[in-house]
Design a protein around this ligand. Structure first.
Ligand code: ATP
Ligand code: MG
Length: 444
């Protein structure tokens, strides 16, 4: 069920009235959950506003992404008022309320105190009103609040105008806002790209001027931001904004220089079209498309950006996949022999990476779309045919075991070496995978 309410066609930069023009529709169960939150707090004498990215996405896409509320009730009041709560971010005034299977984050009005080193506020102070809370938020489009029960948007920072004009602008002086928190320029590039918005000129200039603050951001926060663009449609635009804001030397210092000339053009052209499933895929594609092959730069970047060890290893394995040893012309058998050198669990990921990167190189080399498509179809065809055929590729697939080899007199390392040689032999010729034939081969 969709509940909707019209909001009046009146615009005001700083007001607590209806603004904008259009219709806000909220689907169930969100409508009932939001009404429950607002009515329950109202019954206890408190205000509650949906706020931030959730209002922004509601106004743009007509959908609620998160249920984020802000209120004048202190966290201990929120915990007393609602029966099911979790103190998820109590240090920052946030309590999670559980209702009808939904999670609602309720944060008490805050006015952040001093920032040290452009990282996190040194402490938080609760504020009395919504207008003060809005001033601590980063961008005007993230500073809107909405009350479902009052059917009212509160715009204390000109966010509605910027939303209509598709502009990303800081709330207040951009230099000051970026000096407080050096992650904001990166958040800004991501949010502008996600929404297809322009970055307002003074905001963009400040991003460039605050690079030294951005350098101080904790790497885990960089990684999280990068991860949020994994499934984003407009990745090209995200990287384009990072480039125009001159942020890359702070974000990815080891490889910032590589975003240059033809490599940069290839990267920007391809990055939107890739089906990236993991951060390892994403990072490997970045390195490959920018022609970065130096182990030191790759490792340095992954380490400094705090990639988990498993992702780091997977990324490095993709970049050195045996499939890249294949020349331009190869048949199913050659493909299979190279694929067999990839650990079984990673074969699909390597095939996808090889196929998309080789296709990118073909396009860069001026190849027409037809041959590129045929190449990709051929690789996909080889992969599925090999998988379906269940042809032996691993030691576990062999018709003999280590124990069998011991019965013919092999021992110690010789057993492992023999198994590996037999594996190579049956990958070349699956017909050999028969006990007697393999034992004979092992004896030879
Ligand atoms: P997304 O969910 O796409 O990452 P968002 O804007 O919703 O974007 P959240 O991290 O969910 O980001 O934060 C919710 C809101 O909190 C933001 O809309 C903004 O009002 C505020 N906020 C988040 N991070 C910051 C920050 N670094 N500085 C100031 N305000 C912030
Ligand atoms: Mg959000």
């Amino acid at each position: 069920m969709i509940r909707s309410c019209a909001y009046a066609a009146k615009r005001s930069r700083v007001s607590n009235t209806d603004v904008g023009a259009g219709k806000i529709s909220i689907a169930e169960p969100y409508f009932s959950v939001c009404r429950y939150i607002e009515e329950t707090l109202a019954k206890h004498g408190h205000e509650a506003w949906l706020v931030g990215g959730s209002v922004r996405d509601l106004l743009i896409a007509g959908k609620l992404s998160d249920l984020d509320y802000t209120t004048d009730a202190t966290p201990d009041r929120v915990q007393k008022i609602f029966p099911r709560t979790v103190p998820v971010g109590i240090k920052f005034g946030t309590v999670l309320v559980l209702h009808k299977g939904q999670k609602v984050e309720i944060t008490t009005y805050r006015a952040d105190a001093e920032y040290h080193d452009g990282r996190r506020p040194s402490s938080v102070h609760y504020a009395k009103d919504l207008a003060t809370d809005i001033q601590r938020r980063d961008f005007t489009i993230n500073g809107l609040a909405y009350s479902i029960t009052m059917q009212k948007i509160a715009d204390h920072c000109g966010g509605v105008d910027d939303l209509h004009n598709k502009i990303l602008r800081t709330i207040g002086d951009p230099i000051q806002r970026f000096t407080e928190d050096g992650l904001r320029p990166i958040r800004g590039c991501r949010i502008a790209a996600k929404l297809g918005f322009e970055i307002e000129p003074a905001t963009l200039t400040a991003m460039r001027q605050c690079i030294d603050v951005t350098r101080k951001v904790a790497p885990e926060r960089f990684y999280d931001e990068w991860r949020k663009t994994l499934r984003m449609k407009n990745r090209r635009s995200y990287w384009h904004h990072l480039l125009e804001a001159h942020i890359l030397p702070a974000f990815l210092p080891h490889i910032a220089d590589a975003f240059f000339g033809e490599a940069r053009d290839q990267f920007l052209r391809e990055i939107d079209h890739l089906h990236l499933r993991t951060m390892a895929d994403y990072a490997a594609a970045v390195f490959f498309l920018l022609n970065i092959r130096e182990k030191q730069k790759i490792e340095g970047t992954l380490r400094e950006t705090k990639f988990p060890t498993a992702e780091m290893r997977h990324c490095q394995a993709l970049l050195t996949t045996p499939l890249f040893q294949l020349g331009n012309a190869f048949d199913r058998q050659a493909f299979k022999e190279h694929l067999a050198d990839v650990p079984r669990r990673e074969r699909l990921a390597h095939t996808r990476f090889f196929s998309s990167m080789r296709a990118a190189s073909m396009r860069t080399g001026g190849e027409l779309p037809g041959p590129v498509r045929q190449f990709r179809e051929r690789v996909a065809g080889y992969y599925s045919s090999i998988r379906l055929s269940r042809e032996p590729m691993d030691i576990a697939d062999l018709a003999v075991s280590g124990t069998d080899l011991q019965t013919i007199g092999l021992s110690g390392r010789a057993v492992g070496d023999a198994l590996e040689n037999l594996r190579i032999a049956v990958v070349k010729n699956p017909q050999l995978n028969e006990k007697e034939a393999l034992l004979k081969l092992a004896r030879a």
